[in-house]
Design a protein around this ligand. Structure first.
Ligand code: NAD
Ligand code: MG
Length: 390
């Protein structure tokens, strides 16, 4: 029996993970499931899978969760401290699928326990890459990528020597607005940004795909995960979302990873790694697909990619600034307080302000400094939005 926990169990990645383990439930002992406001889903899954504990991230939801679990042996808990406590419980495999920087602290705790962390939460590496890698190394913990591009690179690298890698190419669908005239982007609505051409994902990552903030985070994630110089990471727009990533080697060979756009591929690979097992995902029919297209990302359409390159150059806490500013700008876009293009402007302004505020926060990469930076960057986005409104 493998002991497993799922952080962010009620979300898109969490539910896909539950779908996979639910198919062979007798092989798994579920330790912890966590969620947010969707208490009914969390409680139902926890009861069905016989979890030891169910945790909602929000303290005010504890009574609802207790009520939903009444009469079952599942423990109920709530709040950020309860998430850390759940992360400290022994488990053989833990899925990190909380959305946003809230996923960082529980992930670090899993690594401190020497566990295996399947990382869907890209923000963990964006905000605190070196800290995360050092923590994993110190405690003999293992990180497995779940983001589809990073899982694809990881698979293309099996048996290869990193010294022979010339470049890594990650693909991007181009998101909801890839074929819109650039002039129309300023008036794009939340609803328009929330529909993805190929993938069925949570709302936040779907909007981040339209703005390419998602790919921007993934550029940084690639640099951190594979320890490769940013100049050797490329992004190519691939509207079909069939090729997830490619690795180019020093002899000119390029290994590509192909698969249907279904996250159960990457989740299942991390779940069964280092083996492969049958997965309930659609099989590719290349003849039916007919063609796979590729093009360079238009820098005017996707300025977030340029910002990510700046962040990689600056290093240190700028990843935490970038991510937090992006998360807060996204909150304001979803709240209809700013427009689609204002998100990139807000993030760029906050990055510059942080660069100019040398010494405001101790530059060493600790969890505490990342938290302070995250808080400050959100505050600065709020200031900018308020100023515009006033
Ligand atoms: P989602 O919005 O569908 O689910 C997010 C989960 O996090 C939910 O369980 C929610 O309750 C929980 N949550 C929200 N706020 C929280 C907080 N403050 N504290 C603790 N928990 C909180 O998101 P998703 O699409 O499943 O994405 C999860 C992560 O995986 C993100 O980092 C995303 O970038 C990454 N990812 C997602 C996909 C995808 O296909 N959905 C693909 C690659 C990577
Ligand atoms: Mg991805």
């Amino acid at each position: 029996m493998r002991r497993i926990s799922i952080f962010g169990a009620t979300g898109s990645i969490g539910q896909n993970t539950i779908d996979l383990i639910g198919r062979e439930a007798s092989s798994y002992e579920v330790v912890a499931l966590t969620g947010g406001s969707n208490i009914r889903q969390l409680a139902n899954d926890a009861k069905r899978l016989g979890a030891k504990v169910a945790v909602t991230a929000f303290n005010e939801k504890l009574d609802d969760l207790r009520e939903a679990l009444a009469g079952s042996p599942v423990e109920a808990a709530a709040g950020p401290a309860a998430l850390i406590e759940a992360a400290a419980r022994p488990a053989d495999w833990v899925m990190s699928a909380i959305v946003g920087s809230a996923g960082l602290a529980p992930g670090i705790e899993v690594l401190r326990q020497g566990g295996t962390l399947a990382l869907a939460n890209k923000e963990t590496l964006v905000c605190a890459g070196q800290l995360v890698l050092d923590t994993a190394a110190r405690h003999g913990a293992r990180l497995l990528p779940v983001d589809s591009e990073h899982s694809a690179v990881f698979q293309a690298l099996v048996g290869e020597d990193m010294n022979a890698v010339e470049r890594i190419i990650i693909t991007a669908s181009g998101g909801a607005f890839r074929d819109w005239p650039v002039e129309s982007l300023a008036s794009a609505t939340v609803e328009q940004a929330s529909s993805h051409p190929n993938w069925d994902m949570g709302q936040r990552i779907t909007i981040d795909s339209a703005s390419m903030f998602n790919k921007a985070l993934e550029l940084i994630e690639t640099k951190e995960f594979f320890g490769i110089d940013p100049s050797r990471i490329e992004v190519v727009v691939h509207p079909e979302s069939i090729v997830h990533a490619l690795v180019g080697f020093c002899d000119g060979a390029v290994m590509a990873h192909l698969g249907a756009p279904d996250m159960r591929h990457a989740i299942g690979y991390a779940l069964h790694w280092p083996e492969r097992q049958d997965l309930p995902v659609p099989r590719l029919d290349l003849a039916k697909l007919g063609q796979l297209r590729f093009r360079d990302p238009d820098p005017d359409r996707y300025p977030a990619l340029r910002l990510a390159r700046e962040v990689m150059e600056r290093g240190g806490l700028s990843g935490a600034v970038f991510n937090a500013a992006k998360e807060r700008a996204l909150d304001h876009f979803i709240g209809r307080r700013i427009g689609f293009l204002d998100m990139t402007d807000a993030v760029a302004a906050v990055l510059d302000r942080f660069e100019g505020a040398d010494g405001l926060i101790d530059a060493s990469l600790t969890l505490d400094n990342v938290r302070k930076t995250d808080h400050l960057a959100r505050q600065w986005v709020d200031d900018a939005v308020l100023r515009r409104a006033g």
